[in-house]
Every structure is written in structure tokens, then in C-alpha cells.
Design a protein around this ligand. Structure first.
Ligand code: ZN
Length: 245
């Protein structure tokens, strides 16, 4: 017998419940100072710990979050699509703020181009990534298909991988801004190469973890994926640029 009802959805609550079985809202405390502090701070810190718990493996453990998701361990991490959208917003904010290509000394006659590039970076490119996400999943589906097929596998992998790219290059944008301020131009050139290399290594390792295969067939699929995806990125960017002109 329910002992009370959920104030959020009117569903039945039982004495031992910590959460409403129907809507998932946490059962409210008894109004004491202690239960207030627990709930108030708990809301903040569970979100906060989820971010750390998701961001660290996303950055340094290729394929881990995808495997965790596919094995059903989901609630402890930020959902893949939300992570992708959140990190893409942060990425384009940081890129805009660190001024991709702007030096503040651009001649007036080149400002047209500058504005155009700003628009491409701040508006067109973020939208394109919503096409790149399913496109990458489609390529995975074709190239890495397995006998036991699930549709969510390539899609979750794609969301996690792109979220990683956004997170890594947000960090790159922040570090490179410092380096440029300090006048370390050569170190900065080295830095972008390191980040690109790490991204390739990460993709290689993540694919090996999620789609285990022998080295040779894995390498062949990896190269085919890079080639097709690179081609698709260039083609769609050129197309978008052409449509914008
Ligand atoms: Zn409820």
C-alpha cells in the first residue's frame, strides 16, 4: 500500500522509496535543516560529479563511455547526445572568444572576409556538426558492421567521439590562447599537431575497444573511415561555403 503520493506526479510512494517510481523525482526530506542541506547540495554535487566522472574518461580513456553505455551503466554519466551538444556550445564559444584568425589589426577592406569567417565559425559550422554526427555513425555502420547489430552502437560512438573532439579542442583553444599571448608561436604550432595526433590515436583506440578486430582488418577499416569522413567533411564544408557566398 502506498503511504503517500508524489507531489510532482501524484504517483504512489512507498515508505522505503528514495525516488518516485513513476517520474523519478527524489522523495522530499522531512523539512529539517539536515534534509534541506542534503537535498539542496545533493542536486548540485550529483550533477557536478557526473561532469567529472564523464569528462575524465571521455578525454583519456578511448571507448570507455561507449562501452559503459552499451553495457547499461548509463545513469552515472552525462547522456551522450547531451554531452555532444553541451561541449559543442562550449567549443564554439571558446573558439569565438579566442578569435579564430582575428588579431585586432585586420585592415578595413578585409573585414568583409573576417565577418564572413566569423559567421561560418559561429553559425554554419556548429550546424554542420549535427549532420556530421549521423554521417559518421552511418560510416561506422557500413565499415564496422558486426553480426550482432544494434543501431545505437555506431550512433553512441559517434556522439562520444565528437564530444571528445569538442572537449579536446576546447582545451587546445584555451592553451593556445595563452601561448599566443606569451608569444610562443612555434610551441603553438607544435601544440596543434600534438592535439591532432592524439585525436587520431584516440579514434584508433576507441574503435579497437568498441569494435574488437584483428590488427589488419582494423587498420583497413580505420583508414577507410578516415578517408570517407575526411572527404565528407571537406565536401560538405565547401558546399556550405558555396551556398553562403
Ligand atoms: Zn512522481
Amino acid at each position: 500500500m502506498p503511504t503517500t503520493v508524489c507531489p510532482n506526479c501524484d504517483g504512489p510512494l512507498h515508505q522505503a522509496d528514495h525516488y518516485c517510481a513513476r517520474c523519478g523525482q527524489a522523495v522530499l526530506g522531512d523539512g529539517s535543516f539536515r534534509s534541506f542541506v542534503e537535498q539542496f547540495l545533493g542536486d548540485y554535487f550529483t550533477f557536478d560529479s557526473k561532469i567529472i566522472r564523464s569528462a575524465v574518461p571521455l578525454l583519456i580513456e578511448p571507448g570507455k563511455l561507449t562501452q559503459e553505455y552499451l553495457q547499461g551503466r548509463r545513469a552515472r554519466y552525462i547522456p551522450p547526445l547531451r554531452m555532444f551538444i553541451f561541449l559543442s556550445v562550449i567549443f564554439f564559444l571558446v573558439i569565438g572568444w579566442s578569435g579564430a584568425g582575428t588579431d585586432g589589426q585586420t585592415p578595413v577592406e578585409e573585414l568583409g572576409d573576417q565577418l564572413w569567417w566569423d559567421r561560418f565559425f559561429s553559425s554554419t559550422l556548429p550546424k554542420l556538426f549535427f549532420l556530421f554526427l549521423p554521417l559518421f555513425a552511418l560510416l561506422l555502420h557500413v565499415l564496422f558492421r558486426e553480426r550482432t547489430y544494434t543501431f545505437e552502437k555506431p550512433f553512441i560512438f559517434s556522439a562520444h567521439f565528437h564530444a571528445f573532439v569538442f572537449l579536446a579542442f576546447t582545451l587546445y583553444g584555451l592553451i593556445s590562447r595563452l601561448f599566443i599571448q606569451w608569444g610562443w608561436v612555434k610551441v603553438n604550432a607544435l601544440l596543434i599537431s600534438l592535439f591532432l595526433l592524439y585525436t587520431l590515436l584516440y579514434l584508433w583506440l576507441a574503435l579497437r575497444a568498441v569494435y574488437p578486430r584483428a590488427l589488419v582488418p582494423h587498420s583497413a577499416r580505420f583508414l577507410a573511415l578516415l578517408l570517407c569522413y575526411g572527404l565528407a567533411l571537406v565536401t560538405s564544408s565547401v558546399l556550405a561555403v558555396w551556398l553562403m557566398r
